[in-house]
Design a protein around this ligand. Structure first.
Ligand code: NAD
Length: 358
């Protein structure tokens, strides 16, 4: 059996730090185990174009392992060539880089390691909210420059206390964000999700559901995006929706870049319609050098909290998703039932309700 893994290159960091398991160098720690059972294990970061290792090996791979941090995009067209493919495993959470409708059509299962990095991301979201609201990045830049003009940064620094924070998506990550925000004494915590939280869970975090998206964003000082990318969320935060945001609100997106319209966000920051944008996910990954989100700034020269896609790939998270990937593979190889929460697409059908209402 051929197992193909598309992972990111870790370079010298991965040689020095073996806990960087999700890299080409450290191969999720499963090479010996797979080879000892006679399987072929191909690992590469080469994923774009017809000459890439991804496209070369997908034709006879039975198992595909990918990671959202360096997504191998398995399109409908590539599915046609992947004649032997039986199972796609996402080492992490978020399988939008796999054309899920084609997976259903072709009877290919898609599993992810649900929950493996949800705390890692929730912590990053809370950090990003704070760094935007408190105007942290420009303040740090003042120090690096050797300056000390307090008023230049204090003019756009606020407290999180007393603000309304809302999450689009209140699943594993969205809910953990709400839990972590409780002690900040926000004015209100609200959420927008077609799946309402169980009553007790909503009560625990004192969160109110708002059913209309425009109405929802118009009430928020901070919006955080925590839903998967699918047909119903691609471009959800676009120029039209941004007009309904409170002027000067902050937007944090660690879910998927393409949920927010790239140009609309850059324009809204530039005009001051929103005061800042932070996150680690991009519409294309790796993001091109000239991507507007790298350098966009609000009229006061701040409001950019963008980083590369790493919130869910802390060393703690890598240990969890490497272990989870192995366990999914083990189940597959021994024909054992998979953990239901890991199954996004079963044979011929969606098993999750999180990737859109069908
Ligand atoms: P989850 O399945 O537990 O929760 C997703 C929630 O989003 C569900 O409650 C679902 O009903 C809701 N949802 C779906 N479509 C929606 C819509 N149109 N409007 C409002 N809500 C909608 O998933 P999770 O573990 O919380 O992860 C969410 C997403 O976060 C993943 O799919 C992935 O894209 C992203 N993620 C990013 C990183 C990172 O490193 N940046 C890591 C992990 C996950």
């Amino acid at each position: 059996m051929k197992v193909l893994a598309i992972l990111y290159k870790g370079g010298s960091a991965a040689k020095e730090e073996p806990r960087l398991l999700g890299t080409v160098e450290n191969q999720l720690g499963i090479r010996e185990w797979l080879e000892s059972q006679g399987h072929e294990y191909v690992v590469s970061d080469s994923k774009e174009g017809p000459d890439s290792d991804f496209q070369k090996h997908i034709v006879d791979a039975e198992v595909l392992i990918t990671t959202p941090f360096h997504p191998g995009y398995l399109t409908a067209e590539l599915f046609e060539k992947a004649k032997k493919l039986k199972i796609c495993i996402t080492a992490g959470v978020g399988s939008d880089h796999i054309d899920l409708n084609s997976a259903v059509k072709n009877g290919v299962q898609v599993l992810e390691v649900s929950g493996s990095n949800v705390v890692s991301v929730a912590e990053h979201v809370v950090m990003s909210i704070l760094l935007l609201v408190r105007n942290f990045v420009p303040a740090h830049e003042v120090i690096e420059r050797g300056d000390w003009q307090v008023s230049d940064v204090a003019r756009n620094a606020f407290d999180l206390e007393g603000k309304v924070v809302g999450t689009i998506g209140a699943g594993r990550i969205g809910y953990r964000v709400l839990q972590r925000l409780l002690p900040f004494d926000c004015k209100e915590l609200i959420y927008y999700d077609y799946a309402p939280l169980p009553e007790a869970a909503a009560k625990t975090v004192n969160a109110r559901r708002v059913e209309d998206l425009k109405d929802f964003v118009s009430q928020c000082d901070v919006v955080t995006v925590n839903c998967p990318l699918h047909e119903g969320t691609r471009g959800l935060v676009n120029a039209d929706l941004l007009k309904h945001f409170k002027k000067g609100a902050w937007l944090v997106n660690t879910a998927r870049g393409a949920i927010c319209d790239k140009d609309a966000v850059a324009a809204a920051i530039k005009s001051g319609q929103i005061n800042g944008y932070a996150g680690d996910v991009w519409n294309v990954q790796p993001a091109p050098k000239d991507h507007s989100w790298r350098t966009m700034k609000n009229p006061l020269g701040g409001g950019n909290g963008m980083v590369p896609h790493y919130s869910g790939t802390t060393l703690d998270a890598q240990a969890r998703y490497a272990r989870g990937t192995k366990s999914i593979l083990e189940n597959y190889l021994t024909s054992k039932a998979q953990e239901p929460q890991n199954v996004i697409v079963g044979v011929g059908k969606y098993e999750t309700k999180a990737y859109g209402q069908r």
